[in-house]
Every structure is written in C-alpha cells, then in structure tokens.
Design a protein. Structure first.
Length: 264
C-alpha cells in the first residue's frame, strides 16, 4: 500500500459491513504552517475558507479520497440544520478531474449512492458519521453549538429514514471535538443550550461555565435509539488536531480536519 493510501493520523471507525469511515487528523498533507502538522510536516488541511492555497487543499482532499476509496463531497457549512441529499449525478461531479468546491450550503449530507464519500469539516465542532449498513444509507452532520440547538443530527437521521434507514440499525461515530472541560462559554449561553439538550451542561477545568457538545450529540442520538461510538479526543488539547479556539488564542489561523464515510 502506498504512503498516500496509508495516510498518517487516520482514526478508523466501524460502522458496519460495506461501510468505510474514518476521521482525519492534521497530518499527511502538503499544507505549510500555519496549517502544518504538529511535527512541522505537511498538514492535511481540508478547508477552503481558511486562507490556505486551493491547489494544496485539492491535493489534501485527493489523498483523503484515495484513502477512502471514493470521491468525497463536502458542503459549505453554515451552522444550520439543512440536509443535502446526494446521488449518482453528484458522484460523477465529485469524481471528475475538477470536482465542485461545494455540494451546496448545508450542515449534513446523506446518500444511498455506492462509491460516493460524504465529508464533514471541523476544527472544534462535532463531526458525526452515520450509517445503516442494512438499508445501505450513510450521512454526516456538522454539529456545533448552533447545530446542536437546531437539531442537525435529528434532521440527518430523518433524511436517512426517508431513504429507508431504520434507526435501530443505524450506527454512529462522534468524532474529535472540543470537550466540556475546555469549551468555556458565558453562563447564559450554557443555560440556553442546556435548556434544550441538558447533557451539554458542563463546567470547565477552571470552574467556569462550559458546554459538552459531544455529550449532547450522543444524547440526541440515544433519544432516537442510535448507539454511538465516541472517539473522545479533544481538539483543543490534542495538538495533532486542528482547533479554531487554540489558534485564536495564539493569533493564527488553522485548518480543518474531517470525518468521512462511504458505501463501498
């Protein structure tokens, strides 16, 4: 297997037979600082809106697609609850020599199309991968604070069910995100989110109000009968991962890692 196919830093997750899914890290790409990997080697920035060169991002995305074994579609994420359904036409678009920059504006993607990868971009928000390996439907969701409030995970599940998925058969993976010990927010913001999703209520290591978005997403999935695998890596603490909050503190920009899933 080639170095590209191996792709450094990948965290694979098991979502059932015929489903390939993993979370990337900041390593294994061609982007220089400030998007470089923690050891200074080329970074695997997959975001187009963080001042990195588009050509480098294209190379990084192609490495992820090669590792997945399918072209990977990404949306323009806006912290909402819109789900974009993709099919054969989109698979052809994303497999083209010059794929589109975006599948459209939305924070979740769903498909029953074999050989089309779905990607969700994050740098502190929660990446969610979903699959029903029996009905052969997969989805991804970008669940930041606003997305958790808006119920983007519920909307993604609804879109899967509309395509034949059974929530009891859906398997989920909740990827690296900023944890409740680190995600400090104003008390009023914590109360607003916790009023809708109580499991998000948290206190940071400094004793200040916090939000545990991964716990909130797991609770939302459980409410629909979906058991989730929680990766449990904190993007703020783990320097192998991109973190918007960590970069902001140091006055630099950062990249975006991804969760990807495909029916193969």
């Amino acid at each position: 297997m080639s170095e590209t196919r191996t792709l450094a830093g990948v965290h694979p997750v098991d979502l059932g037979d015929g489903v390939h899914a993993f979370f990337t890290s900041g390593a294994g790409g061609v982007s220089p600082a400030p998007w470089a990997a923690a050891d200074g080697s080329g970074g695997l920035n997959l975001g187009l809106n963080v001042s990195d060169d588009d050509a480098r991002v294209a190379v990084n995305r192609s490495r992820v697609a090669e590792r997945l074994g399918a072209p990977v579609a990404f949306a323009t994420q806006v912290h909402g609850d819109v789900v974009l359904g993709l099919g054969a036409a989109e698979r052809e678009q994303w497999a083209a020599h010059r794929p589109p920059a975006s599948a459209g504006e939305g924070d979740a993607l769903v498909t029953a199309e074999r050989g089309l990868g779905l990607g969700v971009l994050v740098a502190d928000c929660v990446p969610v991968l979903l699959a029903d390996p029996v009905a052969r439907v997969v989805a991804v969701a970008h669940a930041g604070r606003k997305g958790v409030l808006a119920g983007v995970v519920h909307r993604a599940l609804d879109a899967m069910v509309a395509r034949g998925a059974d929530p009891e058969c859906v398997r989920a993976a909740v990827g690296p995100a900023v944890c409740g010990r680190c995600y400090e927010v104003p008390a009023a913001m914590r109360d607003e989110v916790a009023a809708v999703v109580p499991e998000t209520f948290a206190t940071t290591d400094d004793g200040t109000p916090g939000l545990d978005l991964p716990a909130g997403v797991v609770a939302q999935l459980a409410a629909r009968g979906v058991e989730a695998t929680l990766v449990g890596r904190c993007t703020l603490e783990d320097k192998e991962l991109f973190s918007h909050r960590r970069a902001t503190v140091t006055g630099v920009t950062t990249g975006r890692q991804a969760g990807v899933v495909a029916l193969l």
